[in-house]
Design a protein around this ligand. Structure first.
Ligand code: AYL
Length: 527
């Protein structure tokens, strides 16, 4: 077992709202909290807090509060922030939905989470509205923030005039957000994250990330993902920094906003690092204001990270975590000079074990050099309380001692620096987004011509991880791989597309019927 090398930090026993807004000084209240990137429209902390309170009041007036789940299907726009924190302030729980999801995927999450309302925007109303309809919500339960015929708008909510309710919840047990993650196996499950989990992760990362009120942070990573929610949104809010929102990644707009808004701090995933290191357009913009770039959500190639640092003349760091850890457990501190293929040190108030998956034995921190690889287990105040309505998955992931089994293989150096070296679990990451093989396999089985299937992640020509399906056809059928790719693409969000298909005679399985993914991976490696 090894602990964070940093002293413990104080984790206030308060709700997310109180943590972010209770101590807002008059001076800070007049600072700009949010800038809508495309329009330049600014919202101060005072205005934001008033909107949060108004949304909370309007929800309370509708009878939404403690025990209710509300869906949020919305790109990065300032209204996301008012609504997200308004729902929490009302005592309800937010389930954040990927804004590229198809109606089928949105419905599945809304149904699973038991959502009573959905907040969305006009461009996503086709998917959101159909999903809401499918699970039996009425038009009045679907708030379209920018206004749409027949639905309440954000303006309607802001003008209800009911004061924010006085909600008393225990921050340690009350669930604030319910993001979905497949964890180490199976399909996506609701991850129960409490107010304390979220407050803790901001408090834990805050001393290491060194964000100040002078920082201007570009919010291009989606708020609906826990990385965007905790490390971007909540950290920037508590630091009273300025967040510049971007609804979707577009390299030119990204560069333009960094230049025009004088952004100083960028949070990215590895695909954006590729663009920043290699794209010719980058040279056309003045990006000198940027001092720090933090990459996370998937492994950053060290040479690529170094290339970004040199081209932008800034520091590039890496963080690691998972949705089930709210999400951060490891980070390279902003001012530490550590190799970029590592994920830095264990953050404060956090303990780890490295466990040999074959023997179950602990691998200790060596006196010098680097340890053998083992599965990384993490315990700390940021670790989820469990999965929604899934005691089995919870028991498989969280042990009796409170350690979360990450499904990632890591090594640790004598000085405590951790490097992620492999993934044990089924999960595939495409551009930093989760792809659950079990979900694609289940979908493929609904295709008339498919008798069996297995999905794993392979590396494409650029070294990018992509989902590949092995498919066994029904006898006498002759559908092509490309047809299967197109068929899946119609039914899933873009990141979940199957990008390679191989028609095979049989899927390798254990005697108990489990897909032997190891064998498929070995087959890929032998090519
Ligand atoms: P989820 N290096 C290698 N693998 C990583 C890394 C990394 N830096 N970060 C995440 N992963 C993989 O739930 C790993 O397999 O959360 C992990 O179990 O979508 C899985 O992604 C979790 O995927 C940050 C920024 C943490 C982001 C995050 C994690 C959010 C991803 C700290 O500073």
């Amino acid at each position: 077992m090894f602990r964070s090398p940093f002293p413990d930090v104080d984790i206030p026993d308060v709700t997310v709202y109180d943590y972010l807004f209770a101590s807002l000084t008059d001076e800070d209240a007049d600072r700009v909290a949010l800038v809508d990137g495309p329009s330049g429209r600014e919202t101060t902390f005072r205005e934001l807090r008033a909107q949060v309170d108004a949304v909370a009041g309007a929800l309370a007036a509708r009878g939404i509060g403690v025990g209710d789940v509300v869906g949020l299907l919305c790109p990065n726009v300032p209204a996301f922030v008012a609504v997200f924190h308004g729902i929490l302030r009302a005592g309800a729980t937010v389930t954040t939905v990927n804004s590229l999801y198809t109606a089928r995927e949105v419905a599945s999450q809304l149904r699973s989470s038991g959502a009573r309302m959905l907040f969305t925007v006009t461009p996503l109303l086709a998917a959101g509205g159909a999903a809401a309809d499918e699970i039996g919500l009425g038009a009045d339960d679907v708030v379209v923030l920018d206004g749409a015929e027949g639905h309440p708008s954000l303006r309607d909510l802001l003008t209800v005039g009911t004061p924010a309710p006085d909600v008393h919840v225990d921050p340690s047990t009350h669930v604030a957000v319910l993001p979905y993650s497949s964890g180490t196996t199976g399909v996506a499950k609701g991850v129960l994250l409490t107010h304390r989990n979220l407050v803790a992760n901001v408090a834990q990362t805050s001393p290491l990330l060194e964000m100040t009120p002078e920082d201007r942070v570009l919010a291009v990573l989606p708020f609906f993902h826990i990385y965007g929610l905790t490390v971007l949104l909540n950290l920037a809010l508590v630091k009273r920094a300025r967040l510049v929102t971007m609804p979707r990644f577009d390299l030119q707009q990204f560069l333009q906003l960094v230049q025009d808004q004088g952004c100083t701090y960028l949070f990215i995933a590895p695909p954006i690092a590729v663009a920043l290191a290699k794209h010719p357009m980058v040279a056309e913009y003045d990006l000198r204001t940027v001092h720090t770039v933090l990459s996370g959500a998937a492994p950053l190639d060290a040479a690529l990270g170094q290339a970004v640092a040199e081209r932008l003349g800034c520091r590039v760091k890496q963080g690691y975590g998972m949705t089930e850890m709210s999400p951060v457990s490891h980070v390279i501190p902003a001012s530490a000079d550590l190799p970029l293929d590592s994920v830095g040190w264990t953050i404060p108030n956090t303990e780890c074990r490295l466990v040999d998956p074959a023997t179950g034995q602990d691998i200790d921190v060596p006196a010098e050099g680097e340890s053998e690889a083992g599965e990384l287990w993490v315990r700390g105040p940021q670790v989820m309380v469990g999965y929604l309505d899934n005691a089995q998955a919870t028991a498989d992931t969280l042990d009796d001692d409170g350690f979360l089994h990450t499904g990632d293989m890591a090594t640790v150096r004598a000085d405590g620096v951790v490097t992620i070296v492999d993934r044990l679990k089924e999960l595939i990451k495409y551009h930093g987004y989760q792809v659950a093989p079990a979900e694609l396999e289940a979908l493929l089985l609904t295709h008339d011509d498919v008798a069996d299937s297995a999905v794993i992640g392979i590396r494409d020509e650029e070294g990018e991880e992509v989902p590949k399906a092995y498919v066994v056809l029904q006898p006498g059928r002759a559908v092509s791989g490309d047809e299967i790719i197109a068929w899946v693409a119609e039914r899933v969000a873009p990141h979940k597309k199957v990008r390679r298909v191989e028609i095979v005679e049989a899927i390798p399985k254990s005697s108990s019927g489990k897909i032997l993914r190891r064998d498929l991976r070995a087959r890929e490696a032998g090519r």
